[in-house]
Ligand binder design. Structure first.
Ligand SMILES: Cc1cc2nc3c(=O)[nH]c(=O)nc-3n(C[C@H](O)[C@H](O)[C@H](O)COP(=O)(O)OP(=O)(O)OC[C@H]3O[C@@H](n4cnc5c(N)ncnc54)[C@H](O)[C@@H]3O)c2cc1C
Length: 466
Protein backbone atom coordinates (compact mmCIF):
# COMPACT_ATOMS: atom_id res chain seq x y z
CA UNK A 1 0.00 0.00 0.00
CA UNK A 2 1.21 3.49 -0.75
CA UNK A 3 -0.35 5.10 2.35
CA UNK A 4 1.62 4.94 5.62
CA UNK A 5 0.55 2.23 8.07
CA UNK A 6 -1.70 3.84 10.69
CA UNK A 7 -1.00 3.47 14.40
CA UNK A 8 -4.72 3.27 15.15
CA UNK A 9 -7.71 2.27 13.02
CA UNK A 10 -11.04 3.60 14.27
CA UNK A 11 -14.10 1.64 13.20
CA UNK A 12 -17.10 3.97 12.83
CA UNK A 13 -17.43 7.73 12.43
CA UNK A 14 -20.33 8.52 14.76
CA UNK A 15 -19.93 10.89 17.69
CA UNK A 16 -17.74 8.51 19.71
CA UNK A 17 -15.42 7.51 16.84
CA UNK A 18 -14.87 11.12 15.82
CA UNK A 19 -14.39 12.19 19.46
CA UNK A 20 -11.82 9.40 20.00
CA UNK A 21 -10.00 10.24 16.76
CA UNK A 22 -9.85 13.94 17.65
CA UNK A 23 -8.50 13.15 21.13
CA UNK A 24 -5.84 10.86 19.70
CA UNK A 25 -4.91 13.42 17.10
CA UNK A 26 -4.59 16.21 19.65
CA UNK A 27 -2.35 13.97 21.79
CA UNK A 28 0.00 13.59 18.83
CA UNK A 29 -1.30 10.26 17.51
CA UNK A 30 -2.09 11.60 14.05
CA UNK A 31 -1.43 8.55 11.92
CA UNK A 32 -4.96 7.26 12.30
CA UNK A 33 -7.44 5.79 9.84
CA UNK A 34 -11.21 6.02 10.32
CA UNK A 35 -13.26 3.38 8.48
CA UNK A 36 -17.00 4.13 8.30
CA UNK A 37 -19.55 1.72 6.85
CA UNK A 38 -22.02 4.32 5.56
CA UNK A 39 -21.51 7.22 3.17
CA UNK A 40 -21.53 9.85 5.93
CA UNK A 41 -20.28 10.66 9.41
CA UNK A 42 -22.58 11.21 12.40
CA UNK A 43 -24.00 7.68 12.84
CA UNK A 44 -27.12 7.88 14.97
CA UNK A 45 -27.18 11.66 14.63
CA UNK A 46 -28.82 11.91 11.22
CA UNK A 47 -30.97 14.59 9.68
CA UNK A 48 -33.19 13.94 6.70
CA UNK A 49 -35.63 15.88 4.55
CA UNK A 50 -39.29 15.27 5.28
CA UNK A 51 -42.12 17.31 3.78
CA UNK A 52 -39.67 20.09 2.98
CA UNK A 53 -38.28 20.19 6.53
CA UNK A 54 -35.00 19.06 7.99
CA UNK A 55 -35.94 16.56 10.72
CA UNK A 56 -33.87 14.28 12.93
CA UNK A 57 -34.28 10.53 12.47
CA UNK A 58 -31.98 9.85 15.42
CA UNK A 59 -30.88 11.99 18.36
CA UNK A 60 -32.95 15.15 18.67
CA UNK A 61 -32.49 16.57 22.16
CA UNK A 62 -29.59 17.88 24.15
CA UNK A 63 -30.56 16.07 27.34
CA UNK A 64 -29.32 17.28 30.70
CA UNK A 65 -29.15 21.08 30.74
CA UNK A 66 -29.26 23.82 33.42
CA UNK A 67 -27.68 21.71 36.18
CA UNK A 68 -24.55 21.90 38.28
CA UNK A 69 -22.26 20.72 35.49
CA UNK A 70 -22.41 21.86 31.90
CA UNK A 71 -23.27 19.21 29.33
CA UNK A 72 -20.44 19.44 26.74
CA UNK A 73 -22.94 18.94 23.91
CA UNK A 74 -24.90 21.96 25.11
CA UNK A 75 -21.72 24.04 24.83
CA UNK A 76 -21.15 22.77 21.29
CA UNK A 77 -24.76 23.33 20.19
CA UNK A 78 -24.68 26.88 21.47
CA UNK A 79 -21.33 27.62 19.89
CA UNK A 80 -22.77 26.57 16.54
CA UNK A 81 -25.96 28.50 17.36
CA UNK A 82 -28.04 25.43 16.58
CA UNK A 83 -31.70 26.38 16.62
CA UNK A 84 -33.16 24.71 19.70
CA UNK A 85 -36.29 24.74 21.83
CA UNK A 86 -36.87 24.08 25.52
CA UNK A 87 -39.20 21.07 25.85
CA UNK A 88 -41.87 21.95 28.37
CA UNK A 89 -43.63 18.86 29.71
CA UNK A 90 -45.07 20.85 32.62
CA UNK A 91 -48.62 20.99 31.29
CA UNK A 92 -49.03 17.31 30.43
CA UNK A 93 -51.93 16.83 32.85
CA UNK A 94 -54.10 18.91 30.52
CA UNK A 95 -53.04 16.89 27.47
CA UNK A 96 -53.71 13.23 28.21
CA UNK A 97 -56.35 11.65 25.99
CA UNK A 98 -58.48 8.70 27.02
CA UNK A 99 -58.70 5.98 24.41
CA UNK A 100 -61.96 7.32 22.97
CA UNK A 101 -63.62 9.69 25.43
CA UNK A 102 -61.62 12.88 25.14
CA UNK A 103 -59.20 14.35 27.64
CA UNK A 104 -58.80 13.16 31.21
CA UNK A 105 -59.77 15.70 33.80
CA UNK A 106 -56.49 17.54 34.56
CA UNK A 107 -56.83 16.89 38.30
CA UNK A 108 -57.10 13.13 37.71
CA UNK A 109 -54.21 13.14 35.26
CA UNK A 110 -52.10 15.25 37.61
CA UNK A 111 -52.69 12.80 40.44
CA UNK A 112 -51.36 9.97 38.25
CA UNK A 113 -48.32 12.07 37.23
CA UNK A 114 -47.63 12.99 40.87
CA UNK A 115 -47.87 9.38 41.97
CA UNK A 116 -45.37 8.31 39.29
CA UNK A 117 -43.02 11.16 40.25
CA UNK A 118 -43.18 10.19 43.92
CA UNK A 119 -42.46 6.55 43.09
CA UNK A 120 -39.52 7.60 40.96
CA UNK A 121 -38.09 9.77 43.76
CA UNK A 122 -38.59 6.96 46.26
CA UNK A 123 -36.82 4.62 43.80
CA UNK A 124 -33.86 6.98 43.60
CA UNK A 125 -33.64 7.06 47.42
CA UNK A 126 -33.95 3.28 47.66
CA UNK A 127 -31.29 2.77 45.03
CA UNK A 128 -28.78 4.68 47.21
CA UNK A 129 -29.20 2.00 49.90
CA UNK A 130 -28.11 -0.81 47.54
CA UNK A 131 -24.52 -2.06 47.35
CA UNK A 132 -22.44 0.19 45.04
CA UNK A 133 -21.37 -2.92 43.13
CA UNK A 134 -25.01 -3.28 42.04
CA UNK A 135 -25.05 -6.97 42.93
CA UNK A 136 -28.44 -6.54 44.59
CA UNK A 137 -29.92 -4.30 41.90
CA UNK A 138 -33.60 -4.73 41.05
CA UNK A 139 -35.73 -3.65 38.11
CA UNK A 140 -37.80 -0.47 38.13
CA UNK A 141 -40.90 -2.71 38.04
CA UNK A 142 -39.75 -4.66 41.12
CA UNK A 143 -39.55 -1.38 42.99
CA UNK A 144 -43.05 -0.46 41.80
CA UNK A 145 -44.24 -3.77 43.21
CA UNK A 146 -42.58 -2.90 46.53
CA UNK A 147 -44.49 0.37 46.44
CA UNK A 148 -47.73 -1.56 45.84
CA UNK A 149 -48.16 0.37 42.61
CA UNK A 150 -47.85 -1.58 39.38
CA UNK A 151 -49.40 0.68 36.73
CA UNK A 152 -52.30 -1.18 35.14
CA UNK A 153 -55.02 1.31 34.16
CA UNK A 154 -54.66 3.05 30.76
CA UNK A 155 -53.91 6.34 32.57
CA UNK A 156 -51.30 4.85 34.90
CA UNK A 157 -49.78 2.90 31.99
CA UNK A 158 -49.36 5.95 29.76
CA UNK A 159 -47.85 7.95 32.63
CA UNK A 160 -45.52 5.02 33.35
CA UNK A 161 -44.62 4.80 29.67
CA UNK A 162 -43.87 8.52 29.54
CA UNK A 163 -41.77 8.27 32.73
CA UNK A 164 -39.60 5.32 31.68
CA UNK A 165 -40.05 3.90 28.17
CA UNK A 166 -40.01 7.34 26.54
CA UNK A 167 -36.54 7.86 28.06
CA UNK A 168 -35.02 4.36 28.05
CA UNK A 169 -36.97 2.78 25.16
CA UNK A 170 -37.56 -0.32 27.28
CA UNK A 171 -40.20 -1.02 29.93
CA UNK A 172 -39.62 -0.87 33.72
CA UNK A 173 -39.66 -4.68 33.80
CA UNK A 174 -36.28 -4.65 32.05
CA UNK A 175 -34.60 -1.47 33.26
CA UNK A 176 -32.16 -1.44 36.18
CA UNK A 177 -33.34 0.66 39.11
CA UNK A 178 -29.89 1.30 40.49
CA UNK A 179 -28.31 2.44 37.25
CA UNK A 180 -31.15 4.69 36.11
CA UNK A 181 -32.64 6.10 39.35
CA UNK A 182 -31.31 8.71 39.74
CA UNK A 183 -30.02 9.07 36.19
CA UNK A 184 -26.56 10.69 36.12
CA UNK A 185 -27.47 12.69 32.99
CA UNK A 186 -30.17 14.65 34.82
CA UNK A 187 -28.53 14.53 38.27
CA UNK A 188 -25.27 16.02 36.98
CA UNK A 189 -26.21 18.12 33.96
CA UNK A 190 -29.72 19.20 34.94
CA UNK A 191 -33.31 18.16 34.32
CA UNK A 192 -33.95 20.24 31.22
CA UNK A 193 -33.93 19.00 27.64
CA UNK A 194 -33.72 21.08 24.46
CA UNK A 195 -35.03 19.96 21.07
CA UNK A 196 -32.73 20.72 18.14
CA UNK A 197 -34.51 21.83 14.96
CA UNK A 198 -31.88 23.29 12.69
CA UNK A 199 -31.54 22.88 8.91
CA UNK A 200 -27.86 21.97 9.44
CA UNK A 201 -28.95 19.06 11.63
CA UNK A 202 -27.89 17.99 15.12
CA UNK A 203 -25.15 16.04 13.31
CA UNK A 204 -23.35 19.33 12.69
CA UNK A 205 -21.80 19.00 16.16
CA UNK A 206 -20.01 15.87 14.89
CA UNK A 207 -18.99 17.61 11.66
CA UNK A 208 -17.65 20.54 13.67
CA UNK A 209 -15.51 18.23 15.82
CA UNK A 210 -14.28 16.38 12.73
CA UNK A 211 -13.25 19.60 10.99
CA UNK A 212 -11.00 20.42 13.95
CA UNK A 213 -8.56 17.64 13.04
CA UNK A 214 -9.43 16.41 9.56
CA UNK A 215 -8.43 18.33 6.43
CA UNK A 216 -11.21 20.16 4.58
CA UNK A 217 -11.45 21.92 1.26
CA UNK A 218 -12.32 25.60 0.97
CA UNK A 219 -16.04 24.83 1.22
CA UNK A 220 -15.49 22.97 4.50
CA UNK A 221 -16.05 19.52 2.98
CA UNK A 222 -13.90 16.91 4.73
CA UNK A 223 -11.36 15.62 2.22
CA UNK A 224 -8.86 14.03 4.61
CA UNK A 225 -7.62 10.63 3.34
CA UNK A 226 -7.61 9.41 6.97
CA UNK A 227 -11.42 9.19 6.80
CA UNK A 228 -12.73 6.50 4.47
CA UNK A 229 -16.49 6.21 3.94
CA UNK A 230 -18.38 3.19 2.57
CA UNK A 231 -15.89 0.88 4.28
CA UNK A 232 -17.73 -1.93 6.05
CA UNK A 233 -15.36 -3.65 8.46
CA UNK A 234 -16.01 -7.39 8.39
CA UNK A 235 -12.98 -8.81 10.16
CA UNK A 236 -10.53 -7.72 12.84
CA UNK A 237 -7.51 -9.94 13.32
CA UNK A 238 -5.44 -9.18 16.38
CA UNK A 239 -2.29 -10.55 17.92
CA UNK A 240 0.51 -9.41 20.22
CA UNK A 241 2.25 -7.79 17.26
CA UNK A 242 -0.57 -5.78 15.68
CA UNK A 243 -3.98 -5.65 14.06
CA UNK A 244 -5.28 -6.46 10.58
CA UNK A 245 -8.65 -5.02 9.58
CA UNK A 246 -10.55 -6.31 6.52
CA UNK A 247 -13.43 -4.57 4.79
CA UNK A 248 -16.31 -5.87 2.67
CA UNK A 249 -14.79 -4.48 -0.52
CA UNK A 250 -11.70 -6.67 -0.12
CA UNK A 251 -9.31 -4.07 1.34
CA UNK A 252 -6.93 -4.96 4.15
CA UNK A 253 -5.42 -2.45 6.57
CA UNK A 254 -2.70 -3.17 9.11
CA UNK A 255 -2.16 -1.08 12.23
CA UNK A 256 -0.86 -1.22 15.77
CA UNK A 257 -4.27 -0.85 17.46
CA UNK A 258 -7.94 -0.74 16.54
CA UNK A 259 -10.75 1.15 18.32
CA UNK A 260 -14.23 -0.22 17.63
CA UNK A 261 -17.08 2.28 18.02
CA UNK A 262 -19.93 0.25 16.48
CA UNK A 263 -23.04 0.04 18.67
CA UNK A 264 -23.50 -2.74 21.21
CA UNK A 265 -26.34 -3.93 18.96
CA UNK A 266 -23.85 -4.38 16.12
CA UNK A 267 -21.35 -6.10 18.44
CA UNK A 268 -24.10 -8.60 19.28
CA UNK A 269 -24.24 -9.66 15.62
CA UNK A 270 -21.60 -11.30 13.48
CA UNK A 271 -21.08 -8.29 11.20
CA UNK A 272 -17.54 -7.94 12.53
CA UNK A 273 -15.69 -11.22 12.98
CA UNK A 274 -12.87 -11.13 15.51
CA UNK A 275 -9.85 -13.37 14.88
CA UNK A 276 -9.32 -15.01 17.32
CA UNK A 277 -12.81 -14.83 18.87
CA UNK A 278 -13.19 -12.36 21.70
CA UNK A 279 -12.66 -14.08 25.08
CA UNK A 280 -15.75 -15.50 26.79
CA UNK A 281 -15.87 -12.78 29.50
CA UNK A 282 -16.04 -10.09 26.82
CA UNK A 283 -18.66 -11.85 24.72
CA UNK A 284 -20.88 -12.52 27.75
CA UNK A 285 -20.68 -8.90 28.89
CA UNK A 286 -21.57 -7.56 25.41
CA UNK A 287 -24.50 -9.93 24.99
CA UNK A 288 -25.93 -9.07 28.42
CA UNK A 289 -26.36 -5.40 27.67
CA UNK A 290 -29.47 -4.15 25.86
CA UNK A 291 -29.77 -2.32 22.57
CA UNK A 292 -33.16 -0.63 22.81
CA UNK A 293 -35.31 0.59 19.92
CA UNK A 294 -36.88 4.07 19.85
CA UNK A 295 -38.78 5.09 16.74
CA UNK A 296 -39.74 8.63 15.80
CA UNK A 297 -42.60 8.59 13.31
CA UNK A 298 -43.24 11.90 11.54
CA UNK A 299 -46.62 12.60 9.93
CA UNK A 300 -47.52 15.46 7.60
CA UNK A 301 -51.09 16.85 7.27
CA UNK A 302 -52.75 19.39 5.01
CA UNK A 303 -54.00 21.35 8.03
CA UNK A 304 -53.55 21.54 11.80
CA UNK A 305 -56.40 19.95 13.76
CA UNK A 306 -54.73 19.54 17.16
CA UNK A 307 -54.63 22.12 19.97
CA UNK A 308 -51.96 24.78 19.62
CA UNK A 309 -50.65 27.52 21.88
CA UNK A 310 -48.80 27.55 25.18
CA UNK A 311 -48.66 24.21 27.00
CA UNK A 312 -49.84 22.04 24.10
CA UNK A 313 -46.59 20.78 22.56
CA UNK A 314 -46.73 17.27 24.06
CA UNK A 315 -49.80 15.07 24.37
CA UNK A 316 -50.33 11.46 25.41
CA UNK A 317 -52.72 8.75 24.19
CA UNK A 318 -53.83 6.37 26.94
CA UNK A 319 -54.55 3.16 25.04
CA UNK A 320 -55.49 0.01 26.93
CA UNK A 321 -52.58 -1.51 25.00
CA UNK A 322 -49.49 -0.12 26.75
CA UNK A 323 -47.16 1.75 24.38
CA UNK A 324 -49.58 1.96 21.42
CA UNK A 325 -48.84 5.29 19.64
CA UNK A 326 -48.34 6.81 23.09
CA UNK A 327 -46.37 10.08 23.03
CA UNK A 328 -47.16 12.87 20.55
CA UNK A 329 -45.49 16.18 19.83
CA UNK A 330 -46.68 19.09 17.70
CA UNK A 331 -44.24 21.52 16.07
CA UNK A 332 -46.01 24.84 16.04
CA UNK A 333 -42.83 26.47 17.44
CA UNK A 334 -40.16 24.48 15.61
CA UNK A 335 -41.73 24.21 12.15
CA UNK A 336 -44.45 26.89 11.96
CA UNK A 337 -47.11 26.23 9.35
CA UNK A 338 -45.76 22.78 8.48
CA UNK A 339 -48.66 20.78 10.04
CA UNK A 340 -46.32 18.01 11.17
CA UNK A 341 -46.72 15.67 14.16
CA UNK A 342 -44.22 13.29 15.74
CA UNK A 343 -45.32 10.13 17.52
CA UNK A 344 -42.77 8.00 19.34
CA UNK A 345 -42.96 4.25 19.83
CA UNK A 346 -40.40 1.90 21.35
CA UNK A 347 -39.34 -1.69 21.92
CA UNK A 348 -41.83 -4.34 20.70
CA UNK A 349 -43.98 -1.74 18.95
CA UNK A 350 -40.90 -0.42 17.13
CA UNK A 351 -39.99 -3.91 15.97
CA UNK A 352 -43.55 -4.62 14.86
CA UNK A 353 -43.82 -1.33 13.00
CA UNK A 354 -40.44 -1.70 11.29
CA UNK A 355 -41.68 -4.94 9.76
CA UNK A 356 -44.91 -3.62 8.29
CA UNK A 357 -45.45 -1.22 5.41
CA UNK A 358 -45.45 2.50 6.19
CA UNK A 359 -49.00 2.67 4.79
CA UNK A 360 -50.23 0.27 7.46
CA UNK A 361 -48.43 2.34 10.11
CA UNK A 362 -50.05 5.50 8.73
CA UNK A 363 -53.49 3.89 8.91
CA UNK A 364 -52.89 2.82 12.53
CA UNK A 365 -51.70 6.28 13.53
CA UNK A 366 -54.73 7.85 11.79
CA UNK A 367 -57.06 5.60 13.76
CA UNK A 368 -55.46 6.77 17.00
CA UNK A 369 -55.71 10.41 15.94
CA UNK A 370 -59.40 9.91 15.09
CA UNK A 371 -59.90 8.47 18.59
CA UNK A 372 -58.39 11.64 20.00
CA UNK A 373 -59.70 14.32 17.61
CA UNK A 374 -62.79 12.88 15.94
CA UNK A 375 -63.69 11.28 12.63
CA UNK A 376 -63.44 14.38 10.46
CA UNK A 377 -59.73 15.05 10.61
CA UNK A 378 -57.78 15.07 7.32
CA UNK A 379 -55.64 12.11 6.22
CA UNK A 380 -51.88 12.35 6.65
CA UNK A 381 -50.27 13.07 3.29
CA UNK A 382 -46.81 11.79 4.18
CA UNK A 383 -45.10 9.57 6.76
CA UNK A 384 -41.49 8.94 7.79
CA UNK A 385 -40.63 5.79 9.76
CA UNK A 386 -36.89 5.48 10.51
CA UNK A 387 -35.79 1.84 10.76
CA UNK A 388 -32.82 1.76 13.15
CA UNK A 389 -33.46 -1.78 14.35
CA UNK A 390 -33.38 -3.36 10.88
CA UNK A 391 -30.26 -1.43 9.91
CA UNK A 392 -27.29 -3.77 10.26
CA UNK A 393 -24.96 -0.87 11.07
CA UNK A 394 -26.99 0.14 14.16
CA UNK A 395 -29.41 -2.65 15.22
CA UNK A 396 -31.39 -0.28 17.42
CA UNK A 397 -31.32 3.24 18.75
CA UNK A 398 -29.37 3.35 22.02
CA UNK A 399 -28.25 1.09 24.85
CA UNK A 400 -30.34 0.63 27.97
CA UNK A 401 -29.00 -0.69 31.26
CA UNK A 402 -30.88 -3.91 32.03
CA UNK A 403 -31.32 -5.56 35.39
CA UNK A 404 -28.59 -8.14 35.92
CA UNK A 405 -25.66 -6.15 34.61
CA UNK A 406 -23.57 -4.72 37.43
CA UNK A 407 -20.53 -2.47 37.30
CA UNK A 408 -18.23 -5.46 36.90
CA UNK A 409 -19.85 -6.55 33.63
CA UNK A 410 -20.05 -2.95 32.51
CA UNK A 411 -16.31 -2.50 32.95
CA UNK A 412 -15.86 -5.63 30.87
CA UNK A 413 -17.88 -4.08 28.02
CA UNK A 414 -15.53 -1.10 28.04
CA UNK A 415 -12.31 -3.04 28.54
CA UNK A 416 -9.83 -3.49 25.70
CA UNK A 417 -8.87 -6.97 24.57
CA UNK A 418 -5.18 -6.90 23.73
CA UNK A 419 -4.81 -4.37 20.94
CA UNK A 420 -8.56 -4.06 20.36
CA UNK A 421 -10.10 -1.04 22.12
CA UNK A 422 -13.78 -0.16 22.42
CA UNK A 423 -15.72 3.09 22.53
CA UNK A 424 -19.30 4.26 21.92
CA UNK A 425 -22.24 5.44 23.99
CA UNK A 426 -22.60 1.93 25.45
CA UNK A 427 -19.12 2.24 26.99
CA UNK A 428 -19.77 5.59 28.69
CA UNK A 429 -19.34 5.15 32.42
CA UNK A 430 -22.32 7.32 33.43
CA UNK A 431 -24.06 8.47 30.29
CA UNK A 432 -24.80 5.43 28.15
CA UNK A 433 -27.56 6.02 25.62
CA UNK A 434 -26.84 9.69 24.98
CA UNK A 435 -24.93 11.91 22.58
CA UNK A 436 -22.85 13.28 25.47
CA UNK A 437 -22.14 9.67 26.51
CA UNK A 438 -20.80 8.95 23.03
CA UNK A 439 -18.68 12.11 23.06
CA UNK A 440 -17.22 11.51 26.53
CA UNK A 441 -16.62 7.81 25.90
CA UNK A 442 -14.57 8.72 22.83
CA UNK A 443 -12.30 10.85 25.01
CA UNK A 444 -12.07 8.21 27.77
CA UNK A 445 -11.27 5.35 25.39
CA UNK A 446 -8.72 7.48 23.54
CA UNK A 447 -6.93 8.31 26.81
CA UNK A 448 -6.87 4.63 27.71
CA UNK A 449 -5.14 3.94 24.41
CA UNK A 450 -2.84 6.96 24.63
CA UNK A 451 -1.69 5.70 28.05
CA UNK A 452 -0.82 2.39 26.43
CA UNK A 453 0.93 3.88 23.38
CA UNK A 454 2.89 6.56 25.22
CA UNK A 455 3.50 5.20 28.71
CA UNK A 456 3.21 1.48 28.09
CA UNK A 457 0.38 1.25 30.66
CA UNK A 458 -1.75 -1.15 28.70
CA UNK A 459 -3.47 -3.00 31.53
CA UNK A 460 -7.04 -1.92 32.11
CA UNK A 461 -7.90 -2.69 35.72
CA UNK A 462 -11.39 -3.97 36.39
CA UNK A 463 -12.49 -3.61 40.01
CA UNK A 464 -13.06 -7.10 41.38
CA UNK A 465 -16.60 -8.41 41.51
CA UNK A 466 -18.13 -7.65 44.90
C1 LIG B 1 -33.98 7.39 17.31
C2 LIG B 1 -32.90 7.86 18.23
C3 LIG B 1 -33.16 8.89 19.12
C4 LIG B 1 -32.17 9.33 19.98
N1 LIG B 1 -32.41 10.42 20.77
C5 LIG B 1 -31.40 10.97 21.48
C6 LIG B 1 -31.56 12.24 22.07
O1 LIG B 1 -32.60 12.90 21.89
N2 LIG B 1 -30.54 12.73 22.82
C7 LIG B 1 -29.38 12.05 22.98
O2 LIG B 1 -28.48 12.53 23.68
N3 LIG B 1 -29.18 10.85 22.37
C8 LIG B 1 -30.16 10.32 21.61
N4 LIG B 1 -29.95 9.17 20.92
C9 LIG B 1 -28.69 8.42 21.15
C10 LIG B 1 -27.49 9.00 20.40
O3 LIG B 1 -27.84 9.25 19.07
C11 LIG B 1 -26.36 7.99 20.46
O4 LIG B 1 -26.09 7.67 21.81
C12 LIG B 1 -25.05 8.46 19.83
O5 LIG B 1 -25.26 9.20 18.66
C13 LIG B 1 -24.21 7.23 19.55
O6 LIG B 1 -22.95 7.57 19.01
P1 LIG B 1 -21.86 6.42 18.84
O7 LIG B 1 -20.67 7.01 18.21
O8 LIG B 1 -21.69 5.69 20.11
O9 LIG B 1 -22.53 5.35 17.85
P2 LIG B 1 -22.98 5.50 16.31
O10 LIG B 1 -23.57 6.82 16.08
O11 LIG B 1 -23.82 4.31 16.03
O12 LIG B 1 -21.61 5.41 15.53
C14 LIG B 1 -21.02 4.19 15.18
C15 LIG B 1 -20.65 4.23 13.71
O13 LIG B 1 -20.09 2.96 13.37
C16 LIG B 1 -20.50 2.63 12.05
N5 LIG B 1 -20.35 1.18 11.88
C17 LIG B 1 -21.12 0.20 12.40
N6 LIG B 1 -20.66 -1.01 12.00
C18 LIG B 1 -19.57 -0.77 11.22
C19 LIG B 1 -18.67 -1.61 10.51
N7 LIG B 1 -18.79 -2.94 10.52
N8 LIG B 1 -17.67 -1.02 9.80
C20 LIG B 1 -17.53 0.32 9.79
N9 LIG B 1 -18.36 1.15 10.43
C21 LIG B 1 -19.37 0.61 11.16
C22 LIG B 1 -21.92 3.13 11.97
O14 LIG B 1 -22.32 3.34 10.62
C23 LIG B 1 -21.84 4.43 12.77
O15 LIG B 1 -21.58 5.54 11.93
C24 LIG B 1 -30.89 8.72 20.00
C25 LIG B 1 -30.62 7.71 19.09
C26 LIG B 1 -31.61 7.29 18.20
C27 LIG B 1 -31.27 6.25 17.17
Amino acid sequence: RSEARPAVIIVGAGMSGISAAKTLSEAGVRNILILEATDRIGGRMHKTQFAGLSVEMGANWVEGVNGQEVNPIWTMANKLKLRNFFSDYGNLSSNIYQQTDGLYKPSIAQAALDRAENDSEAGAEFSKTLSPSAVDDISVLSFQRLQQHVPSTPLDMIVDYYSYDYEFAEPPRVTSLQNTQPLPTFANFGDDVYFVADPRGYESVVYDLARKFLATDRKGTIVDPRLKLNKVVTEIGYSKGGVVVKTEDGSTYASDYVMVSASVGVLQTELIKFQPDMPAWKILAIYQFDMAVYTKIFLKFPTTFWPTGKGTEFFLYASDKRGYYPVWQQFEAQYPGANVLLVTVTDEESRRIEQQSDNVTKAEAMEVLRDMFGKNIPEATDILVPKWWSNKFFKGSFSNWPIGVNKYEYDQIRAPVGRVYFTGEHTSQYYNGYVHGAYLSGIDSAYMLIGCIKDGSCNFQIDPKA
